[in-house]
Design a protein around this ligand. Structure first.
Ligand SMILES: Cc1cc2nc3c(=O)[nH]c(=O)nc-3n(C[C@H](O)[C@H](O)[C@H](O)COP(=O)(O)OP(=O)(O)OC[C@H]3O[C@@H](n4cnc5c(N)ncnc54)[C@H](O)[C@@H]3O)c2cc1C
Length: 501
């Protein structure tokens, strides 16, 4: 029973993470007269996957992540996914720059800063791959200025910590992009939601959406105040479920037919972390390597310089761990409760058809501290175990689907689900994540409001040009737009030896 009657809203956004916050801001720009409510179960925004401690903070732009640049059988490298991510990240940069210019996001250095992105290739094959990757990308304006070197002296200048005490002899090379970024998506989320609230949106914390159902041409949301237990009902023609790990359970409760066969599997991320000043000072980069055989793309090892809450850290990981919760502050019963008659075949097929992934997960779960330090020693030969601590980062809820009779894990890409003529939209999956929030939300708008796309087009292209729009620009226009967004966000290329903090 609700304590008061339903409240009518034009838009309800479930979840106060970076996705809902971005969609809310875009909608408030496009339709300033609409009533928008955000419902977040925790006491503040951006505390789950969007929190700085629950993700790696990489501004994914395809600069250094090898999972976006697979090698073809003939030895050449397919860079199309890297170019796409680069364009999507530019959509985000453009939106953030626009809001910063209008004083809506505060000082940009609070949430984004330049940190060079490097890729490391080892062994003859790794070096050949890296060179082929660099050659395929170097002439594209989104990758301008990327450098390649296999000269140990140059590499030691780029990566002092990685080359300290490294035994000679192994072929090794790196690429370096000075325009890489580190993003605090938690701060960004809170700033976006503050901007939204300042425009009149109603942003509610400590309120959990417990039920969702369609009645007539409206969605009804049952919302419970987690502190007082009071219940309310919201009624809206449009709902976006941006509840991160909490999304599938809500869609299941609403009996959304599009997800009847979907399953999910939670994997937590763990990182080794150090705050020792001499180590942090010797690694001013985000350095990505190759994923282990059988490992999903989300497990690519990387050694990251991070600045969180004004403090410098180095993080290495991720290592996979298991928790049955779908949110870091979720319930132990989340996984069991998500199993339904409709998705059981998918879960069984996914277990049957992803043997190498399962084997990888089991190996990860059995890892000891020594194993993790040995993995880190591949990056930092001089590592001392006592300098590093293991921390648990976020939960990733990977989507399981059946495609052509095979159970597959959607590890690469975010799944956009729409239902009831686009009146409900939801995001499942976690990659490439927060970096592409603006481009993903432009897709959500197109899928949810097809009748308004023409009217919104010009304003949207200005605020957050879609990846397709970015691809349509010529080289000069692309370079000019990149330069403008970076200048507003105060992102200046970092030369080797310079500090990034
Ligand atoms: C280990 C790890 C590393 C990552 N690294 C990167 C990276 O380097 N770069 C990058 O771009 N991305 C990265 N990501 C992905 C990125 O963090 C996510 O894609 C992004 O934060 C998702 O945002 P969201 O708004 O969808 O979800 P969230 O930030 O999780 O927000 C969902 C919100 O919904 C709320 N909620 C849930 N259920 C309910 C309910 N029933 N009622 C009300 N509120 C509810 C939650 O409390 C939460 O605040 C990483 C993720 C992980 C796990």
């Amino acid at each position: 029973m609700t304590d008061v009657g339903p409240e009518d809203r034009d838009v309800v956004l479930v979840g106060g993470g970076v996705m809902s916050a971005t969609l809310g801001v875009l909608l408030s720009e496009l339709e300033p007269g609409w009533t928008i409510t955000v419902v977040e179960r925790l006491d503040a925004a951006g505390l789950e996957s969007s929190s700085a401690w629950n993700n790696a903070g990489t501004g994914h732009a395809g600069l250094c992540e090898f999972n976006y640049t697979p090698r073809r059988p003939d030895g050449t490298v397919d860079v199309s996914a890297a170019v796409q991510i680069g364009a999507q990240f530019l959509t985000s940069l453009t939106l953030w720059a626009h809001l910063v210019e209008r004083g809506l996001l505060g000082p940009p250095e609070d949430f984004i800063r330049s940190v060079p992105h490097l890729g490391l290739g080892r062994g003859d094959e790794g070096v050949a791959y890296l060179r082929a990757r660099w050659e395929a990308l170097r002439d594209h304006p989104l990758f301008a200025g990327q450098e390649f070197s296999d000269d140990p002296a140059v590499l030691a200048g780029w990566l002092p910590l990685v080359f300290d005490q490294r035994p000679p002899g192994q072929p090794i090379a790196a690429t370096r992009s000075a325009q890489g970024t580190d993003v605090d998506f938690g701060v960004l989320t809170r700033r976006l939601l503050s901007a939204l609230a300042a425009r009149g949106a109603d942003v509610r914390f400590g309120q959990e959406t417990r039920g969702l159902r369609r009645s007539g041409d409206r969605w009804h949301l049952d919302v419970r105040d987690r502190r007082t237990g009071a219940r309310r009902q919201l009624r809206t023609p449009y709902v976006f479920v941006g509840a991160g790990g909490g999304t599938l359970p809500l869609l299941q409760a609403a009996r959304v037919p599009e997800v009847r066969r979907y399953g999910v599997f939670p994997i937590s991320g763990q990182f080794l972390r150090t705050d020792r000043p001499e180590l942090v000072a010797a690694h001013r980069a985000k350095l990505y390597g190759h994923a282990a055989p059988g490992a999903p793309p989300i497990s690519v090892p990387h050694l990251d310089r991070r600045v969180v809450e004004g403090r410098d850290h180095l993080l290495f990981g991720p290592f996979a761990a298991f928790s049955p919760r779908f949110l870091t502050q979720g319930r132990l019963t989340d996984l069991v409760r998500s199993v339904r008659r409709g998705n059981l075949p998918t879960l069984l097929a996914a277990a049957r058809d992803n043997r190498s992934l399962m084997a990888y997960l089991v190996r990860q779960l059995r890892q000891t501290t020594q194993d993790r330090i040995a993995a880190l020693a591949e990056f930092v030969p001089s590592v001392r175990a006592q300098d590093w601590e293991l921390i648990t980062a976020g939960q990733r809820v990977q989507v399981l689907k059946t495609t052509e009779g095979r159970g597959s894990m959607v590890g690469f890409g975010t799944e956009l689900v729409t239902s009831a003529g686009g009146s409900l939209a939801a995001l499942l999956g976690a990659s490439p994540g927060a970096s592409t929030a603006a481009a993903t939300m432009v897709d959500v708008l197109a899928a949810s409001f097809p009748g308004r796309t023409a009217a919104w087009g010009p304003r949207l292209s200005e605020l957050a040009p879609s990846a397709d729009t970015v691809h349509s620009w010529d080289a000069a226009q692309l370079a000019a737009n990149v330069d403008h967004a970076r200048a507003v966000l105060q992102l200046t290329p970092v030369r080797p030896g310079e500090d990034t903090a």
